[in-house]
Design a protein around this ligand. Structure first.
Ligand SMILES: [Zn+2]
Length: 330
């Protein structure tokens, strides 16, 4: 059995606040004995639960890195009981390239779990988290947004799980995050996801989609900063009251929530994020790009609910997700 070559430059079990790196040896043209240096901050104050917090699982999603840089900078050991492990840029090579996937091996970290200790750079990162960091944690928060190609209404979400007690604990932590929308999400492709790995370890897992388009807004960054502190308070790690605002509860019960394009073309949105949608209502039409005189292709919602996600770039190709409808729950 191969050993994962990643080594932390700071201790996990010493009280105080430590800034350092997860050092991943990576020999290459511009650095023969070089390493990928993934920033990490560990804050510990005595015995208590451990939270593992990650941003930029996809490198072009920014609310997580912003909120976690802020947390690593401002949170002090005296503010907590237990331990907080902060990795603002989980797929660091992808983050530095401003890309969803790693420029080194082309891998999507969130489809690479459980990873391999002797695999590619991304596989080694996945394996290190799966075998070293996730087992230390009681609570795991992984920030996402839409990246360059999707945009979302800001939501935190949990998944439908076989273990109903675990599902309840995850839903409570997501509720504490208190994003403007609170979601129960059906993953369309959960094999290899960090989410699935963490949930299979029996941990409390919170994930988000807080915006998109390859940038952050003042509002989405605020939601991320407040949400992560709320979850730490909920877990009893951070002192203080949870800051609550109204949140809309939505469900994504099945694949009918998704609308995909089967054509290539110019997208005309007919519904904006957060707007109500009726079943059968067109949410977008796709115009031809290379000639005039053709009627557009209309794509209809299969559900009555709210548009929670939309395709972000102005052009679409077959197979692109045009939009996602969330369904109201009481
Ligand atoms: Zn993502």
């Amino acid at each position: 059995m191969a050993t994962n070559p990643i080594s932390p430059t700071i201790p996990f079990d010493v009280d105080g606040k430590h800034h350092g790196f997860l050092k991943l040896p990576y020999s290459r043209d511009d650095s023969a004995w070089g390493s990928v240096m993934i920033p990490i901050c560990v804050i510990r104050n005595g015995e208590g639960p451990t939270a593992l917090l990650t941003g930029a699982n996809h490198g072009d999603e920014y609310e997580g890195p912003i909120a976690l840089q802020d947390l690593a900078h401002s949170l002090e050991p005296s503010d907590i009981t237990g331990r907080v492990i902060i990795v603002p840029a989980f797929n660091f090579p992808a983050f530095m390239a401003g890309r969803r996937v790693s420029p080194i091996d082309g891998r999507n970290l969130n489809r690479t779990f459980p990873g391999k200790p002797d695999g590619t750079v991304t596989e080694k990162i996945a394996d290190y988290f799966a075998t070293q960091l996730v087992p230390m944690a009681h609570l795991v928060v992984d920030f996402h947004s839409g990246g360059k190609t999707l945009d979302f209404v800001p939501f935190a979400c949990s998944h439908v799980l076989e273990d109903k007690e675990q599902e309840r604990q995850c839903a409570e932590a997501v509720d504490a995050f208190n994003a403007p929308y609170t979601m129960r999400l059906l993953e369309i492709d959960n094999v290899g996801m960090y989410d699935t790995e963490v949930e299979n370890h029996g941990k409390v897992f919170v994930t988000t989609e807080l915006g998109g388009g390859g940038t952050a807004s003042a509002n989405s960054a605020r939601i991320a900063r407040r949400g992560v502190r709320n979850v730490l308070k909920h877990a009893g790690i951070m002192k203080g009251e949870i800051e609550r605002q109204p949140s809309t509860f939505l469900d994504m019960p099945d694949h009918e929530c998704f609308v995909f394009s089967e054509v290539r073309g110019l997208i005309e949105p007919l519904v904006d994020l957060g707007e109500a949608v009726e079943k059968g209502q067109p949410i977008a039409r796709i115009w031809a790009t290379e000639k005039t005189g053709e009627a557009p292709v209309e794509y209809l919602s299969h559900k009555t609910g709210v548009l929670i996600s939309r395709h972000f770039p102005g052009l679409v190709q077959p197979g692109d997700c045009l939009g996602v409808i969330g369904v109201h729950v009481d």
